[in-house]
Design a protein around this ligand. Structure first.
Ligand code: ZN
Length: 371
């Protein structure tokens, strides 16, 4: 960071008066109102900071001994010093409100967030919901005017409607005028002699209301649906904020989701796997017939087209995919056991043997289908 003496263009033993003069000269030259360039604003900050430090005897001594009170944004004489001096010299206007412009009571309302719990079935087809929202609504009594019916705001006696109080302050640069929000009317320029008794002069009241919404198919947990203008009404009847619905989809006992597809496990007995069968399964759409081919293998995937989820943007539904899990009987009565042994004699199945590892086998059964 530049040396404060160099920034002000003064000697290290400059008197307080010389420092003050140097600062005045530079401030007149670099002040943003006079010199709107980016460089000038940057230099003005440096100059102001240098002046803040060197004009204070304690800080100057510390600086001379090698310890600066800190660069901008640090403690003490940082950017705060900048804007204070700025306003003292030039009458506010550091981007804030200028004299003669009262602020409005009407402001935009806040956004509201409501959580919505959905089932997977709701997600497949979309669902209509009536949602209770507890927010500010327009006060029926005063319609947002904040005044008792039949009365009106009156011009503030103190600031005469400008919303600002101006004060003349003596400073380095001579007499300057500062302005600050009027404390009597809080800068509104008017006061309300008879505030509406329903809303205590807020122009809005808290109320519970019902919002009807069609939640589209395909949403997922964490998604936020925005309903513009359905949030709370603003102070003094200002425009509504937005309403956001944050969706949570409950886990389903059977089905889980993979993109637009639905996944489930189909447990097939060893006998059905050997002989093949047909079965009716309960999909989220209702019953669906499914053929299980003779000799189906554990880990095979059966696809039922178009019985998945309707995407959020689009019409083409995903698929319902079921992974076959073959269930082997864990106990057989002696007669059944004898029959299986008879079968073994007839078919002479290959003894257990190692084969190439298929990574899909375990991930399909344990990972995908056991979620
Ligand atoms: Zn009211």
């Amino acid at each position: 960071m530049a040396d404060h003496y160099e920034v002000l263009g003064v000697a290290r033993d400059a008197s307080p008066d010389e420092i003050k003069k140097a600062y005045r000269r530079l401030a007149r030259q670099l002040h943003p109102d006079v010199n709107p360039g980016e460089d000038a604003a940057e230099r003005f900050k440096l100059v102001t900071h240098a002046y803040d430090v060197l004009s204070d005897p304690d800080q100057r001594q510390r600086y001379d001994l090698g310890g600066d009170a800190g660069a901008f944004g640090g403690s003490g004489a940082g950017f705060g010093g900048f804007s204070d001096i700025f306003e003292t010299f030039f009458g506010g206007g550091a981007g804030g409100t200028r004299a003669g412009r009262p602020r409005s009571r009407r402001e935009r309302g806040q956004d509201a967030l409501v959580r919505v719990d959905l089932t997977l079935g709701d997600v497949v087809f979309g669902v209509h919901r009536d949602i209770e929202v507890d927010t500010a609504v327009l006060c029926e009594t005063c319609q947002g005017s904040c005044c008792q019916p039949g009365t009106q705001p009156v011009t503030c006696d103190i600031c005469h409607g400008s919303g600002q109080i101006q004060r003349t302050v003596r400073s380095l640069l001579g007499n300057v005028v500062t302005s600050q929000p009027c404390t009597t009317c809080q800068g509104y320029g008017t006061t309300i002699p008879y505030p509406c008794s329903t809303c205590q002069g807020q122009g809005r009241v808290r109320a519970r209301r019902t919002v009807s919404i069609d939640i589209p198919a395909g949403v997922e947990t964490g998604l936020r649906l925005q309903l513009p203008g359905s949030g709370e009404v603003g102070p003094a009847g200002g425009p509504n904020g937005d309403l956001y619905l944050e969706v949570t989809v409950a886990a389903h006992d059977v089905f889980s989701r993979d993109g637009d597809d639905l996944l489930a496990t189909l447990e097939v007995s060893m006998i059905d796997a050997i002989l093949g069968t047909s079965v009716t399964i309960d999909s989220l759409d209702g019953p669906v017939d499914l053929e299980i081919r003779q000799g189906v293998q554990a880990g095979d995937e059966l696809t039922i087209r178009g019985r998945g989820i309707t995407p959020l943007r689009g019409e083409q539904r995903g698929d319902l995919r079921v992974g076959v899990q073959v269930v082997t009987p864990s106990h057989l009565d002696p007669k059944s056991r004898a029959l299986v042994q008879e079968l073994a004699k007839r078919t002479r199945p290959a003894p257990p043997h190692l084969a190439e590892f298929h990574p899909g086998l375990f991930s399909k059964l344990r990972g995908k289908f056991k979620r």
